[in-house]
Design a protein around this ligand. Structure first.
Ligand code: G6P
Length: 371
């Protein structure tokens, strides 16, 4: 009913709007007397100190949350982090031992490939920490430790609030590792929790762009294909934006690392092709920002219609943006929490305009319990 959907036509829009709460609830209770505390069933600090390699294994959007986390964990902890699709991890011969930390990220906690990856990691003596949104699900039950995301039940088949909560939880894991092992960047790590705590308000602010983005979505509904470009943490955001569009609008969509543009994707540019560009901060990442501005001018010159997600007050990019969606300025590593939101709304609105069921896209299941 409309009441269950909080007055929205579909659950997904309600769940998009619940993201500030999903983040706040996921962070709650994890910072005490200046220290990060994980859930009760956790890996001991001594074991975290011995970790020499991290794998994040997951599927779908959860996999993208892992790609985001790699940037943060490698930086804070100076530990190698590999992010793997659970279905690939399991059938390779990944190098694991008791000093490997495997983080298995799953909203449902029941995804068959992720569960098999957990089982394989444990037979190799790796320590497994589940990041999960569902209390008592199979993946946390078979893991050494669990960190619950508290996004609340997610009805829409395409993940939204669980995805943002996964990023926050993966960051808590990274901060706990940095705290246990020591870090090259103590000030930054010490600041990070309070920066995370400011994110529900920042995400709330992005929600004020929902109507602008829905309008844009209605105008894009006839597109044949859409490309997404990003760099650094904006790259996994581009992948997630493309995945959402495929899942919901059945539209050809690809995410690319903007630096790869000249190695292929630029050949796809033709008159009127929409290209969504996730911009880094002009202050926080000036060098990358300049490179992206140059990418946008190149694709615009070849006829692309540029849809730019940029930090508020980013005036340099304005002349190159056929459509501009502004998101609040936040620290670079936290940017995916704001820049993903317009991409979720865009995909949902394109799907709705095309007459599709936003909450139950064809051929997809909320949780994939067969390999
Ligand atoms: C399905 C869902 C996605 C989700 C993926 C992984 O494909 O439609 O939204 O990201 O499974 O699910 P999990 O429950 O393991 O996070």
């Amino acid at each position: 009913s409309a009441a269950e959907k909080g007055g929205h036509e579909y659950f997904m829009l309600k769940e998009i709007e619940e993201q500030p709460d999903a983040l706040a609830n996921t962070l709650r209770g994890h910072f005490e007397s200046g220290r990060i505390v994980l859930d009760e069933q956790r890996i001991a600090d001594q074991d975290l100190r011995d970790v020499d390699k991290v794998f994040v294994v997951a599927c779908g959007s959860a996999y993208h949350s892992g790609l985001v986390a790699k940037y943060a964990i490698e930086h804070w902890c100076r530990l190698p982090v590999e992010v793997e699709l659970a279905s690939e991890f399991r059938y390779r011969d990944p190098v694991l031992d008791r000093d490997t930390l495997v983080v298995a990220v799953s909203q449902s906690g029941e995804t068959a490939d992720t569960l098999e990856a957990v089982r394989h990691a444990r037979t190799q003596k790796a320590r497994v920490l589940a990041v999960c949104n569902t209390n008592g699900a199979q993946i946390p039950r078979e893991s050494d430790a669990v960190l619950y995301t508290h996004a609340g039940p997610e009805i829409g088949v395409a993940s939204t609030k669980a995805f943002l909560a996964q990023i926050a939880a993966n960051y808590l894991v990274g901060l706990a590792l940095a705290q246990a092992r020591g870090t090259k960047y103590p000030d930054e790590v010490a600041r990070e929790f309070s920066e995370l705590e400011a994110m529900p308000a920042a995400v709330h602010k992005v929600l004020s762009t929902v109507e602008q983005v829905r309008d844009l979505g209605r105008r894009m509904a006839d597109s044949k294909a859409v490309l997404f470009l990003g760099r650094h943490v904006g790259f996994p955001v581009a992948l997630e934006g493309a995945l959402k569009l495929k899942e919901l609008a059945y539209m050809h969509a690809e995410g690319f690392a903007a630096g790869e543009l000249k190695h292929g994707p630029i050949a796809l540019i033709e008159e009127g092709l929409p290209v969504v560009v996730v911009m880094p901060s002009p202050k926080g990442r000036a060098v990358l920002h300049a490179k992206l501005v140059s990418n946008i001018s190149e694709i615009q010159a070849r006829g692309a219609r540029t849809i730019v997600i940029a930090e508020e007050g980013d005036d340099t990019v304005r002349p190159f943006a056929d459509e501009l969606v502004e998101v609040p300025a936040v620290p670079t590593l936290l940017q995916p929490l704001v820049s993903t939101v317009p991409l979720q709304v865009l995909a949902a609105e394109i799907a709705r305009t095309r007459g599709y069921d936003v909450d139950k896209p064809r051929n997809l299941a909320k949780s994939v319990t067969v390999e």
